[in-house]
Structure formats: structure tokens, C-alpha cells
Design a protein around this ligand. Sequence first.
Ligand code: SF4
Length: 404
Amino acid sequence: MSVDSIAEKVLSGGRLNDEEALELYADAPTSLLGRLADTVRVRKHPTGLVTYIIDRNVNYTNVCVARCSFCAFYRPVGADEGYVLGFDEIFQKIEETLAVGGGQLLLQGGHNPDLPLEWYEDLFAAIKARHPKFRLHALSPPELLHLSRLSQRPVSDVVERLVQAGLDSVPGGGAEILVDRVRRLLHCDTKATADEWLSVMRAVHRAGLRSTATMMYGSVEHLEERVEHLCRLRELQDETGGFTAFITWSYQPPNTELGGPEATGIDYLRTLALSRLVLDNFDNLQASWVTQGGKVGQLSLAFGANDMGSVMIEENVVRAAGAEYCMDEAEIVRNIEDAGFVAKRRNMEYDVLGDPFFREQPVPRRTELAVARKGGDTALPAELVRYPARSGAGKKRRRVTNEA
Ligand code: SF4
């Protein structure tokens, strides 16, 4: 099929197959991809609203046994720079989030063998005991799989226990590219194969939770593999309907083992637009201003995105790879309105919560994002001694702490 006839198919509401998607991706002019994606966005969101959420991206530990080659954030077990946040530190972050109008934590971290399932259950329950309405958008599929392996329980049991403790929804991290050839090259096939990532999401959706889906492109994959990734997500969405949104971002090479160049802004906009065209059963696409910066983030609204993602009060993972873009709520709203849209706050389920919070009550302007902890602070939280460690380094550290 020619690019023009594939474009006609999109405009008449047809579903793209993988060959058509690849042809558009490889050959369509960027302006045409943008126009098509914008047409589909308008069809799904005719009222001109662009949403965002106020939440905080908290990384509870940077200790990780997975050691993905594209990750600049993790530290190996026993490393001097490894940290685990204390419950009191996380409570403090929640208080700060509530003060700027936020109602949710996005809680993700490394695969730390010294944090058993009970640690997560106790943390979630303690948060809900203090703030029953505060939402926990937590633990990507590879983290849930890690907990399943660590506790030797099926993923469905782990999810059920975490829901009992207070888990509300699941972030779609750790998908990278859902093709095992790519995952092997990125050293992330052991944390979860493509099938495992999808089957954890299936279990999450069957448990009644909603989740997001993601794609990290621009490392070692081919265009065909990006298309395959999108088609696999579309297939699961057809089956469960559990995804609320899709977010794509480019691989951030600085400080990683893998290295290499970063994808360009045009590659990002083309990838976003193609995602809108292939993912015809996803309602919401987020702009990834955290990796692309505010200006490309704003342009995303003309390439299929209908959401500016999170007013990220804190960020640690992308920052570890050198990107430190920061936009507070006022700046996000300025970008949305300047692009001709109406800005509204939302929750994880994309229910509109209201107008910008900073217009309801004054909040301090933010010029930089908070971090999980001050650099060099690796103090062991007091409550950690209650949980058995699994690694040699963890056991030794607990022993020393107990004896002190
Ligand atoms: S991407 Fe996640 S799982 Fe992989 S090394 Fe980094 S923290 Fe660990």
C-alpha cells in the first residue's frame, strides 16, 4: 500500500496492520504523521482539554540485581551509594505532595533482594492508615515479578496481597521494547521477557487494577521492533481494556553501560504520532517532557498527545542519565494554554479533578525537582531491621546495625 492509501485508511477509522504501520513510520513525511495523529486525537478528545496529574515520582531504593545496560540509576547490592528510603522519609514526601495539590505517589525502585514482600505491604498499609484517600500508583511489572520470585508466590497472589495493603494502580515501566532479541541485548530479559511483562499486566488487569503502558525506544532496536511492541500492547488492550494511557520516551544514554547517541526530537515526535495511530484502543497518550524538555513536550500536543503527564515534584531515574528538565504546575499549564488547549487536573484514571490547583491557592514556584535523598546519605532506615535480608551484604549490614 502507498503512504497516501494508508493515510486514507487512518482517516476513515481503519486499524493499521504491522506492515502498514511500518511503512508510515519509515516513509511518511513528519508533517503528515503529525496531521494524522492530531486528527485521531481530536476524534478521541474533541473538547480541547489537555490534562496533567500532580504526583511525585519516588524511587524507594536504587539497589538492583537486574543491572540493565541502559540504566544509569541502579547501584549493585553492597555498593556504597545504595540506599533504601525509610517510611518516615516517604511520609514526609507525601506531606509535601499534598501541600502542592497532589494526591498520588508513583512509587518504583530497583529489584532489591533485601526488601521482602512484607516490607511493601507494611509500607502501603502505613501510608493508607495515615492518608486513606492518597493513591499508590506503584511497582512496574518487573518489580512485581521480582517480588513473585523472591516470595515464591504467583504474581496474582503478590498483586492480591499488595491490593489488600493499599495498591491502587500499576505503572507500565520496564517494558522497554517488548521483543526478546532487544531485551537480551539490553540485559533486561532476565528481569522480565516480553511475554512475562505482558502476562504480569494481564494479571494486574484481571485483579481489577488499571495500569499505564510505556515504550523506551532509541537504543538497539529496529523500527520493526518498535511497531511489534505497539502491536503487542494493542493486542493486550483488546483483551483486557486495562490500560489507561501510553507513554513513550527515548533512551537516555549518559552514564549508562550501553552508551551511544540519544534519539532526536523528530524521532520522538514521529514515534509518538505513530503510537497514536497504532494504539487505536488507547484513549490517552502522555507527552514525555521529562526526557524531551518542555518545548518538545508542548509540540507533542500536535503529534497525538492529549496529556502532559505529571507535575513531577521529584525525579531520580532520568536525572541519573543527565536530563534535568523541570516544570512546575504553573509552567505546565502555561505550555498547555499557549498551545491553545484548556488545562485540567486529573487522577490516574483520567477523571478530571478540576482547574489548576495553583489558581485555587498559592503554591511555591519550583525551579528544580527534588531527589530521593541528599547525595551521599545512605543511612539504613530503622524499620529495616524488622525484615530479613537475603543478600550477604544485606545480612552483614543488618547484623552490624542490630549489634550497635
Ligand atoms: S531499569 Fe530498573 S530493573 Fe533495570 S537496572 Fe535500572 S532499576 Fe534495575
